[in-house]
Design a protein. Sequence first.
Length: 449
Amino acid sequence: MSADQIGTIIERLKARWPQATYELDWQTPEQMLVATSLAAQCTDERVRAVTKTLFVKYPDPKSFAEADPAELEEELKPTGFYRQKTKAVLSINKALVSKHGGKIPRDMAKMVKISGVARKTANVVLNCCFNDPTGVIVDTHVHRVSQRMGLSKQSTPEAIEQDLMALVPQDEWTFFGPAMVLHGRYTCTAKNPDCADCVYLDLCPRVEVDGPRPEGPPRLPPPVTSEPDLDAWVQALGPEFDKPYFKKLMAFIDQERAEHQVFPPEDEVFSAFSMTAFDAVKVVILGQDPYHDDDQAHGLSFSVKPGVKVPPSLANMVKELKTDVGATAPKHGFLGGWASQGVLMLNAVLTVRAHSANSHKDQGWETFTDAVIQTLNNRAEHIVFVLWGGYAQKKGQIIDRTRHSVIECAHPSPLSAKKFFGSKPFSQTNEALQSHGQSPIDWSHLPDR
């Protein structure tokens, strides 16, 4: 494979997975080493569930090294092969304490001398925690994808890594490994790889993949209109933050978090703004208030994170998406792919008490989001406002319809879905954009990151 082809692969990886990293939760490199050890023969999702409490009980190598084996076994049972993993975790952390002062040695040779640490595990820690290009991560996903794409004909992880290190520039190693893991996990899967949605379809020989090659060009990631820039939002909305209503609202939220569980998490309340730059907004999809059940709300209206069950309203949106523009239904409900293209996924109310719908209404959020809509309304650039249901349509009455487009229809809730189906909001949005000389939204672009 030529240097140009490798360059194209890396370029497309960066477009599809710009923030690629290993999907484990950790706060220290030492915790990352434990999490990676537990991931053998276990899903990352289950490892994350275990380490959420494990790292509270055992926050550092010393606490792991002194752990009671029987208690640790109970903690690790959900990860499978827990007896072997308990021995490995104890051995690794005892070595860190006795030989390395309780810290990860930033040296590949020293890492692989620790009993239970293989080269792949060492690469994960050194690549992801220190951005140290010691090699290329080769797990089961990278092993499979590398062979299918013709990047290596070797059969062992060590030999495949050597091939990849020879092909990929060293300054890309720390990105390339995690990105290839994600590609293998979500697109180039072991069974039924989604070749039709693969960004490398034109470059891939599809080694040992059954079935005909999908027709047409590869589905390339759409360009991000601009980098998300919270400073631009802060500058645009700055006066709101000093007003009495907003200060009273923040005090109310602080009190609610002190006494109750509140969604979304504090660092995700303004995700709609951090994921869609102010100057990039082309479309606004207005919701009412966040989902109120566990793990659902994350700051984008109608969206849930990957792995979370798709709520009924979102499921109806996906059905209409398929009939309207022929998009293949995603395997998740994360709408970040729209946000990155300039679709502001805005709720009228940005927080909610757990399991209590509309519990934060009339506390000031409506005033703030009215200011957001008015600020966007004042922009010279054309924007499409998508208003589903009476609540959104009433809130959208301030929009100047001589300069902006407004698409109104029933809400996708099961209560009004019969009127929502067939409304074609996605194709209507693109028609409005194109009539004003703007690029359409690729509604089918819904990666899970």
